[in-house]
Design a protein around this ligand. Structure first.
Ligand code: HMG
Length: 387
């Protein structure tokens, strides 16, 4: 039996990279005023992966902690959303399925549309649960954001994962059936198959984000969705947290509602420290809001997902009473606080040494996370539980 009849997020868990770079240090080395990063774009730190980490290890770590707390009973689908996948054919989902020791009776697949794929995975999961409410879906969003050294996007790199359990009796957020949609073919940000760093037309990316936000909002209104006055709090995709402030301003103008940009602070605590986590960014924002803002019991929230290229979706959800959890919040803070700082020189070296090729290699043993990328053998990537 469901409590409210709605399908949504039962639980969620965040994982961070092994390393972290203080953006004040990057600013100093790049000759930039640190306030440009902390206030201008709204980021304090960025996650940096160790040589034996990637989206598979980040996603598996988040999922393992999630399932340890909430159980895997009923899980028959694993959807892995990422735009920094490790193979053009084999999905990260199948590898995580193996690492977690899930039964063979679990379908496993990877989804891609830049940062938007996480929302697509959540919607696909809801569809699966709607057909058979006794089933649950494990959704993993994980990314490593990489731009060129010294590029304008450099301070907006990052790494992290959020794993979510989607089910018919959600303890956290019930996702409402109507959402606002927007798709348009735009070259604002992309990563060619032979490149490990993203290419971006920065100004176009901001206007493409705005167009997707307003287009999705207009569609939500046309579909009979709630007005801005009926939404207590918004969480936006946060490539850098100032983007959420801009988004709130765009939406206030479009809807005519008074939307307070200061109200976004509680949804930005984790993203300020992770940097851009692409598919995971919105869900890290949701985790941050739920961990820092009391009094949302029964309130409606808006969740805007944007993926360059471009796709946008405005979802709304009803927060379930008793959503705050010190165990969940403590786990997120432990993941962020537990990261090992690197100097700018160390970060630059790690940035150069990404093991993306099919040449055989053994990676150095660095991460203390539950799983690690051990290297490439016979052209195939090898993962193992960290002993
Ligand atoms: P920039 O051009 O170097 O920075 O990089 P800027 O000159 O635009 O300054 C940024 C802000 O800092 C400005 O504030 C300045 O005023 C302020 P704003 O006017 O925007 O409010 N500022 C200062 N503030 C305090 N003290 C100072 C100071 N100096 C300046 N001393 C840019 C900004 C966005 C271009 C860069 O970060 C970038 O290239 N980022 C990558 C692209 C991106 O994130 N685009 C966002 C939309 S697209 C998206 O979200 C999708 C994405 O996640 C990918 C996907 O979908 O897969 C990227």
């Amino acid at each position: 039996a469901t409590r409210g009849g709605g399908i949504g997020i039962e639980d969620l868990e965040l994982a961070a990279s092994h390393h972290v770079l203080d953006l004040a240090q990057l600013a100093e080395v790049r000759g930039v005023d640190p306030a440009k990063y902390t206030r201008g774009i709204g980021l304090d730190e960025m996650g940096v992966v160790a040589a034996d980490e990637d989206v598979v290890t980040l996603g598996a770590s988040a999922a393992e902690r999630l399932l340890a707390r909430s159980g895997s009973e009923g899980v028959r689908t694993l959807l892995f959303a990422t735009e920094s996948g490790v193979d053009h054919s084999k999905s990260a989902a199948v590898i995580v399925h193996g690492l977690l020791g899930l039964p063979s009776s679990v379908r496993s697949v990877e989804l891609k549309q830049a940062c938007y794929a996480g929302a697509a995975a959540v919607q696909a999961a809801i569809g699966i649960v709607a057909r058979r409410p006794e089933e649950k879906v494990l959704v993993i969003t994980a990314d490593v954001a990489r731009y060129g050294l010294g590029s304008s996007g450099e301070p907006t790199q990052g790494a992290g994962a959020v794993a979510m359990l989607i089910g018919a009796d959600p303890s956290l957020v019930e996702i409402e059936p109507v959402s606002g949609l927007y798709s348009a073919d735009v070259d604002d940000f992309w990563r060619p198959n032979d490149s490990t760093t993203a290419m971006v037309n920065a100004r176009l990316s901001i206007s493409a984000y705005k167009n997707a936000l307003l287009g999705a909002w207009d569609d939500l209104q046309e579909q009979g969705g709630p007005s801005a006055e009926d939404i207590e709090a918004f969480v936006y995709h946060q490539p850098f947290t100032k983007m959420a402030v801009k988004a709130q301003q765009f939406l206030a103008q479009r809807s005519g509602a008074e939307l307070d940009p200061e109200a976004l602070v509680q949804g930005a605590v984790y993203d300020r420290r992770l940097g851009n986590t692409y598919t995971a960014s919105l869900w890290a924002g949701l985790a941050s809001l739920l961990d820092h803002r009391p009094g949302l019991d029964g309130a409606r929230i808006g969740l805007f997902s944007y993926g360059s290229g471009s796709a946008g979706e405005m979802l709304t959800g009803i927060v379930r009473p008793g959503y705050m959890s010190s165990a969940r919040a403590g786990s997120a803070v432990a993941a962020l606080d537990g990261r090992v700082p690197v100097t700018v020189a160390e970060y630059e070296q790690l940035h150069e040494n990404q093991f993306g090729s099919s040449e055989d290699v053994e990676t150095p043993r660095v991460t203390t996370a539950p799983f690690r990328f051990a290297g490439v053998q016979g052209g195939a990537r090898v993962y193992e539980r960290n002993s």
